[in-house]
Design a protein. Structure first.
Length: 147
């Protein structure tokens, strides 16, 4: 019998210059037999309920008292709506978990997630087989179904 697991996979939203404009979380069902291995990871951004996508320039984030911190990074981009390469990590390190959740109006939070690796040729996002996906759900099911 085939066992399918629901994963909520993080995808980066980038502009044509490869700059990070936001994140999207896509629900996919994967065959547990296609999973090579997985590991739990801490302190990953995960969406709160009913959040499927965030753009850093969303109007509701401009109401935050912390918006100037976000804007400082976004204005460096030619389009002024994205983080330059690798600057999102700097932003997270500089402002920490509590402020990031406040900046994004509670739409995202830091939580445990899972890094899932797939067997060759069956990656759900047609990416490189060696690249894991980050999912903010499915850990309990994986512990049961994937040896």
């Amino acid at each position: 019998m085939t066992n399918f697991i629901k994963l909520k996979i993080e995808k980066k939203i980038e502009n044509d210059a490869g700059e990070l404009q936001g994140f999207e979380w896509v629900e996919v069902y994967v065959n547990a037999d296609n999973i090579s291995h997985f590991k739990k990871v801490k302190n990953r951004l995960c969406p709160n309920k009913n959040v499927e996508k965030i753009y850093f320039t969303d109007e509701k984030y401009k109401d935050s008292t912390y918006y100037s911190r976000l804007e400082k990074y976004l204005l460096k981009s030619k389009t002024q709506d994205a983080f330059l390469k690798d600057e999102f990590s700097d932003f997270i390190q500089k402002y920490g978990r509590a402020d990031v959740s406040s900046i994004f109006a509670g739409d995202i939070m830091f939580s445990e997630a899972i890094e899932v690796y797939f067997k060759a040729g069956v990656h759900p996002l047609d990416s490189s087989d060696k690249e894991p996906v980050i999912s903010c759900c499915g850990l309990e099911e994986l512990r049961i179904l994937v040896p």
